[in-house]
Write a protein that binds this ligand. Structure first.
Ligand SMILES: Nc1ncnc2c1ncn2[C@@H]1O[C@H](COP(=O)(O)OP(=O)(O)O)[C@@H](O)[C@H]1O
Ligand SMILES: [Mg+2]
Length: 294
């Protein structure tokens, strides 16, 4: 279990990237969903001990993370949002090298580990190819392979599916699902489907704060009976926005479906089945945060 208590961080330029973040992350897949600039990467880097918070406490199974960086790093697998320059070498060579750095000195156990990781991430056939020639999906699978070296107890993956095509994204989802339930996996993303497909628990982040936290289905259930929809001509949307708290709009066969959260049924609107996207937009709207869709 990872516990964050009152974690705050202000950058030297005055940006308050984390504001009193409190969060409990149990074993299993945890989704941290939020628009660009929400503070997700700052939170991930802080938990990964790459930067210190200004205040607050972070504990992994009781271990004080900020005071025991080396110990935390031994238990951590981290796939950063920016991977930097890709090595002009193969996954086979690179994983072996990284395993040495992680302290796996025995040649035979290292060879077994590297083989297992290559098979697990579906990179066996590509093991001798240069990584800098890989597609986005292949790179992310290599990123996961390196994060899994040394049986980490905590795995952090920061926006791993951004830029992947739908087939690559599905493959990556399957890989993350197989990583299993014994470890804490935190997945940060601005893509709602990543969370709805993969995560048993989640939080929505915006402007440096945790806005809402819970199980996806429970958050969706809270909108039951309070979500309304209506198909309107696209030209009518601007006018309706002035009258109704519209949480989302989407095109449907040349018309626009507007969705509104309201305790009472607004005039001329029908009940709608809520989904996680509605939860996301309604939460951001409630806090006055603009959501940018892909
Ligand atoms: N090193 C930095 N120095 C100054 N401001 C930063 C730095 N890193 C991030 N920020 C700012 O902090 C806020 C949160 O950024 P970030 O943690 O990257 O959010 P996210 O990953 O959710 O997009 C943004 O306003 C961003 O511009
Ligand atoms: Mg980020």
């Amino acid at each position: 279990m990872l516990e964050l208590r009152h974690v705050s961080k202000t950058y030297p330029n005055g940006v308050e990237a984390l504001k009193d973040v409190c969060l409990d992350v149990p074993r299993g897949m945890f989704g941290l969903l939020g628009p660009n600039g929400a503070g997700k990467s700052t939170l991930m880097r802080t938990v990964a001990t790459l930067q210190d918070p200004d205040s607050g406490e972070i504990r992994l199974d009781g271990l004080d993370v900020v005071a025991n960086k080396d110990e935390l790093r031994r238990q951590l697998g981290y796939l950063p949002q920016e991977f930097g320059v890709y090595p002009r070498t193969s996954p086979l060579v690179m994983l072996d090298h990284l395993a040495v750095l992680k302290g796996i000195g025995n040649r035979k156990s290292r060879a077994e580990l590297v083989e297992r990781l290559l098979v697990q991430t579906n990179l066996w056939d590509l093991r001798k190819k240069n990584i800098d020639t890989f597609s986005g999906g292949m790179r992310q699978r290599f990123g996961i392979a390196q994060a899994l070296i040394g049986n980490p107890k905590l795995i952090i993956v920061d926006e791993p599916t951004a830029g992947l095509d739908p087939a690559e994204r599905r493959r990556f989802h399957n890989l993350l699902t197989r990583i299993g339930e014994e470890v804490v996996v935190i997945l940060s993303t601005h893509i709602v489907e990543d969370v709805s497909d993969l995560c048993t628990r989640m939080a929505i982040m915006g402007n440096g704060r945790i806005l809402v936290e819970g199980e996806p289905h429970a958050l969706i259930a809270k909108l039951e009976g309070r979500l309304w929809k209506r198909l309107v001509p696209p030209t009518a949307v601007a006018e309706l926005r002035r009258a109704l708290p519209i949480v989302s709009t989407r095109m449907s066969a040349g018309r626009t479906e507007i969705r509104v959260v309201s305790e009472q049924r607004p005039e001329a609107m029908d009940p709608a089945d809520p989904n996680l996207e509605d939860v996301y937009f309604a939460t951001l709207e409630q806090h006055g945060i603009e959501a940018v869709l892909e």
